[in-house]
Design a protein around this ligand. Structure first.
Ligand code: SF4
Length: 416
């Protein structure tokens, strides 16, 4: 845990110790989740270096779904702000370091050539002023793009408070941008990030959306919210995400389980980060974006998602009147509400039933997760599993321990 002091002298890593500066800045960036593999597709210039792929520049994901093959660093961990949950806050007694734009560009290219990385995720503490910070970050990307002709993936963090011109310039140079909003309410922000306001944090995303509005496309922007540092419920967090999606401010919201790194009376005393809660929020977020669910659907019985069941199964169990679904005739919207059937397998079912007969075997081949779907579907009017009356009662009262196959393990792929 970092100790708080009252803004004494900075402990700066010496300029000639590049390795230590790099490791301090990489460590400082590790709590930011909002990097994504889904960048844009762009082939390299004939004399350029690197491609950017639709499949994503981060081909490797850690067990909890975070990508790991970007060079993910801060330009500096010097920051004028004092967010209580953040390792880099001005009042923390931690070593500080900074990389020049030239150093960032050179390191990225050298790492790329050695095949260590496939792109860059560049963020920063607020150094002097948001405009100064944004300008230095843009300078690094310009060197990469124009001098090294680097055409690989670049994700830039937009600095709230920077001028519109700089935000536009950063957005046009990068493949993806993000601005972390961190908390869904002004009350939470006031408590943990007193120098920030919701409107200031959302402004860079609004500028990006305005640039994209005329193209009628969703901007390649994302944000991150912290889970568990404030009393904000799952419903509050997901309603906030739903609003951001509806306003087309972001393509994706990342959820970051709060990791205690500081001591402060405004912070909760958690023994461990709420990782399972984070996982359930990601699952619910997928339901909002790809399955036609609303936050009202997901929170019919309270403010929090159940931890023992994935949110889609929990919804299906609350609605026995809507099941079983007959897979040979149900519309797409009903099919994808079945646990174990996703948008891809749902579309395959529509296609397959036009030309042939559906059966358990065929459904398996189409990608349906039968161990979950079998309780909620019929094929040609026949159920795939005959439940005894006590099993049915247990299912209806949601005593899920009787059906271990319905209990999804955390950190497996969504398989919703
Ligand atoms: S502005 Fe960012 S880097 Fe600075 S203290 Fe707040 S969260 Fe940390």
């Amino acid at each position: 845990m970092a100790e708080r002091h009252s803004q004494g002298p900075l402990i700066l890593v010496p300029k000639n110790d590049l390795l230590t500066r790099l490791s301090v800045l990489a460590m400082s960036a590790r709590y930011d989740n909002s990097c994504s593999s889904s960048g844009g597709r762009r082939e390299t210039h004939p004399y350029g270096l690197g491609n950017s792929h639709l499949s994503g520049i981060c081909h490797t994901f850690s067990a909890d779904g975070r990508c790991v093959s970007l060079l993910k660093i801060l330009m500096t961990n010097v920051c004028t702000n004092d967010c209580t949950y953040c390792l880099n806050r001005v009042s923390n007694d931690v070593p500080r370091a900074m990389l020049t734009p030239e150093e960032i560009a050179t390191i990225t290219v050298e790492f790329y050539r050695r095949n260590y990385i496939e792109g860059l995720f560049l963020s920063s503490g607020v150094y002097c002023h948001p405009d100064v910070t944004m300008e230095l970050m843009i300078r690094a990307v310009k060197i990469l793009r124009h001098e090294y002709r680097f055409h690989g993936y670049i994700h830039l963090k937009l600095i709230p408070g920077a001028s519109r011109e700089l935000i536009e310039e950063a957005f046009l140079l990068a493949d993806r941008v993000s601005a972390n909003i961190e908390f869904p309410t002004e009350t939470s922000l006031r408590r943990l990030s007193p120098q920030k306001t919701l409107s200031e944090l959302q402004r860079p995303l609004q500028i990006v959306r305005e640039i994209y509005q005329e193209r009628n496309r969703k901007a390649p922007a994302s944000t991150q919210v912290i889970v568990g540092a404030t009393p904000d419920s799952d419903k509050t967090l997901l309603s906030f995400s739903e609003t951001l999606y509806r306003k087309r401010l972001v393509r994706r919201v990342y959820y970051s389980a709060y990791i205690p790194v500081n001591r402060d009376e405004t912070l909760p005393a958690l023994s461990e980060p709420p990782l399972l809660r984070e996982h359930r929020l990601y699952q619910a977020d997928w339901l909002l974006r790809f399955y036609g669910f609303t936050t009202e659907d997901l929170f019919e019985e309270g403010e929090y998602l159940p931890l023992d069941t994935d949110p889609k199964t929990a919804w299906a169990l609350r609605h026995p009147e809507l099941f079983p679904v007959e897979v040979t005739t149900a519309p797409y919207e009903e099919l994808i509400r079945v646990p174990g059937i996703g948008p891809i397998s749902g579309k395959r079912i529509l296609q397959a039933r036009r030309y042939g007969t559906l059966s358990e075997e065929v459904l398996k081949k189409l990608g349906v997760v039968l161990k979950r779907a079998r309780y909620f579907i019929t094929v040609q009017g026949k159920p795939l599993v005959i439940l005894s009356s006590s099993q049915r009662k247990a299912l209806e009262t949601r005593q899920l321990s009787l059906f271990p196959e319905l209990l999804e393990k955390p950190y497996v792929s969504s398989g919703l």
